[in-house]
Design a protein around this ligand. Structure first.
Ligand code: IPD
Ligand code: CA
Ligand code: CA
Length: 285
């Protein structure tokens, strides 16, 4: 059985080996295809990056499963849909997180790879090829380029908060805009960086006080969720009905921070009537 440390090392190698390909592709003009609508773009490089990462991961761990953005379904080594058992490793792969940035020539994008067993995250990396920065989490902790990371716990007026909320898809844009405005007023600054995986890595590094978003997918958040937890913060994954305690990567919405006050602000911004109780339950625990 692979240890958390071994899985993190494999994920780091998988992310690094695709870096030169992506840097080269990023240096040339890029053609964009639309997915769901004009807000949702993809390039041939997302697909090629996922293919290269999957080949690498399956060569190292042939019995594992992969859930990658460009295929969406859980796949086995031979490319067939499959269902993992309790002890099986599942890789969550976002071959380029921040595709819109990548396609526009803005160099804030990354590769995100995480490993889970029995639903529980055990290793994760976020790799930014343009700066050659590697964020890595395993059972021993969280590192940025080999140096230990620690989340911030500060008053919201002293911190930056990253969010992509509201997106064009929120059901009540006016209410969402009011929530966003409350965060802008309360925090030192707010950033919409275009890469949720990197935003979470920056929370783990203590650069952002908090990150929150809605409507995310497991490959966007799996590695970042573990980075935040291992750096001493809390990652709360939730939907309208429940809190995802064992497998937070499967929740569509999240708040991630080391600060109870920032969590409360973010939960109230996204319209949680029970923000106080929720923040108390997670950040005071
Ligand atoms: C997107 C980014 C963005 C988030 C979106 C994701 P992509 O991923 O993480 O920050 O708000 O929900 O879809 O498409 O660039 O991999
Ligand atoms: Ca993504
Ligand atoms: Ca992506």
């Amino acid at each position: 059985m692979y240890t958390s440390h071994e899985l993190a090392r494999i994920a780091a190698d998988a992310a690094r080996q695709v870096g030169p390909y992506l840097i080269e592709a990023f240096s040339r003009p890029r053609t964009v295809e639309l997915k769901a609508d004009f807000h949702d773009v993809v390039t041939v490089h997302d697909k090629e990056s996922q293919r290269r990462i999957a080949d690498f991961l399956f060569a190292e761990t042939p019995e594992s499963f992969i859930v990658g953005e460009e295929s969406s379904r859980m796949l086995t080594c031979d490319g067939r849909p499959g269902t993992p058992g309790e002890g099986d490793v599942v890789w969550y792969v976002d071959p380029i997180d921040g595709t819109s940035n990548f396609a526009s020539g803005f160099d804030h994008w990354c590769v995100s790879i995480a490993a889970a067993r029995g639903g529980a995250l055990t290793a994760g990396v976020v790799y930014q090829p343009t700066t050659n920065t590697l964020y890595l989490a395993d059972d021993a902790g969280a590192l940025r380029n080999g140096q230990p990371m620690r989340v911030l716990d500060a008053p919201v007026e002293d911190g930056m908060i990253a969010t992509e909320f509201p997106s064009a898809r929120v059901p009540d844009p006016e209410e969402a805009a009011r929530g966003f405005t409350r965060v802008v007023a309360a925090a030192r600054s707010v950033r919409r960086t275009g890469s949720t995986a990197l935003a979470l890595a920056e929370v783990a590094a203590g650069h952002f006080l908090a990150a929150f978003n809605v409507g995310t997918h497991p490959w966007d958040v799996a590695a970042g969720a573990l980075l935040v937890e291992r750096a001493g913060g809390r990652y709360l994954g939730f939907d309208d009905a429940s809190v995802y305690r064992r497998d937070p990567q499967n929740a569509p919405n999240f708040v991630a921070t080391g600060s109870r006050q920032a969590a409360l602000l973010a939960l109230s911004a996204v319209g949680r009537a029970d923000a106080k109780a929720l923040a108390a339950g997670v950040w005071d625990a």
